[in-house]
Design a protein around this ligand. Structure first.
Ligand SMILES: [Zn+2]
Ligand SMILES: [Zn+2]
Length: 328
């Protein structure tokens, strides 16, 4: 197998030939057909997440087909198309696992961060954390659903039922979530970098009622806002944009420091919460909803060997939607 491997934090991934892997008990081997590039991959490469594991193969939006099955795996078959998400393994016994909050597990493994991921021609996964994807839809189009869509979905559920929803940062996650929120009958306001007219147009094309810069206020106060961008200064800005009792959800795994802000922005029962990881239930629910909505993802393909270019383009905001790596 071949993979793009991160050997040292802050350096480019290296194209590497590796011995073929064999699935152990409870595991499957997946021949990767597409793997989305997520902002979290940038955080992994930049060393912005705690306790990194090196060397590591990044990538946690994996679509592929099972080509080997370890002992004790039930309900999956050779040739079946599956998706492998960020949550790669949980302990099953800590208080969070017991409380059905496995997203907060004390001893988790995360795909592409603490276990090898999908910037590769093949990967090994814990079979219990693979989602059967069926045969409908293109591999590349499905890949961004596995994290951008899924974590976005968890953030949307936590944002509550409010009709007026603000999305700060209109990248891979928001471009999927906007479609879901509009389908649910919500009114979406999209906030981009000030002056990023192309992304504002993109947001309107996906059903956003209003789109503007993050330095602008929405036409009406929001019931809830989700922050997908990594800029901490968006926290006080979005608190200002939500109504009394409104909620701001931070959906990213990493954010720059949040500047001090006056208490009156939080006052009147506004809430500020974060979303961490996903549960398998989130995945099952979201993949069903995405099919019902008919979510269409906008993707830019890169050959696997050009993973570094894809990461650079993500960092620079050079495409709308999501980048997806394809082994050639
Ligand atoms: Zn646990
Ligand atoms: Zn991700």
């Amino acid at each position: 197998m071949q993979a793009m491997v991160l050997r040292k934090l802050g350096t480019a991934l290296e194209w590497t030939d590796l011995a073929d892997l064999h699935p152990g008990p409870g595991q499957i081997r997946v021949k990767v057909s597409a793997c989305g590039v997520c902002r979290t991959d940038l955080h992994v490469v930049d060393g912005e997440l705690p306790d990194p594991q090196l060397p590591i193969i990044p990538g946690h939006e994996i679509v592929g087909r099972i080509d080997a099955i370890g002992s004790g795996v039930e309900g999956l078959r050779i040739g079946e198309r599956v998706g492998i998400p960020w949550l790669g393994h949980t302990c099953g016994i800590c208080r969070y696992c017991a409380e059905l909050r496995e997203n907060l597990c004390d001893r988790p493994l995360f795909t592409g961060f603490t276990r090898d991921g999908g910037f590769a021609t093949a990967t090994i996964a814990d079979a219990r954390f693979a989602f059967p994807l069926g045969e409908k839809g293109d591999d590349v189009a499905l890949a961004p659903l596995l994290c951008a869509g899924l974590i976005g979905w968890r953030a949307l559920v936590i944002a509550g039922e409010g009709k007026r929803l603000g999305l700060y940062g209109f990248g891979a996650a928001a471009h999927i979530l906007a479609q879901v929120a509009v389908w649910q009958g919500r009114s979406v306001s999209a906030f981009t970098r000030p002056g990023d007219v192309a992304t504002q147009d993109f947001a309107r094309s996906l059903g956003a009622k209003w789109a503007g810069g993050s330095d602008e206020m929405p036409p009406e106060p929001l019931d809830a806002a989700i922050i997908f961008a990594t800029a901490g200064e968006l926290v006080p800005i979005s608190l200002k944009a939500v109504r009394k009792g409104g909620r701001v959800v931070c959906a990213g795994i990493h954010m720059s420091d949040i500047p001090a802000f006056p208490y009156r922005l939080l006052w009147e029962e506004r809430q500020l919460v974060s979303v961490a990881n996903l549960t398998r239930r989130d995945g099952i629910d979201f993949l069903r909803v995405a099919r019902e909505v008919g979510v269409v993802t906008q993707t830019t393909r890169y050959p696997l060997a050009q993973a570094n270019q894809a990461l650079a383009d993500l960092r620079a905001g050079r495409y709308e939607g999501a980048a997806v790596l394809v082994p050639s």
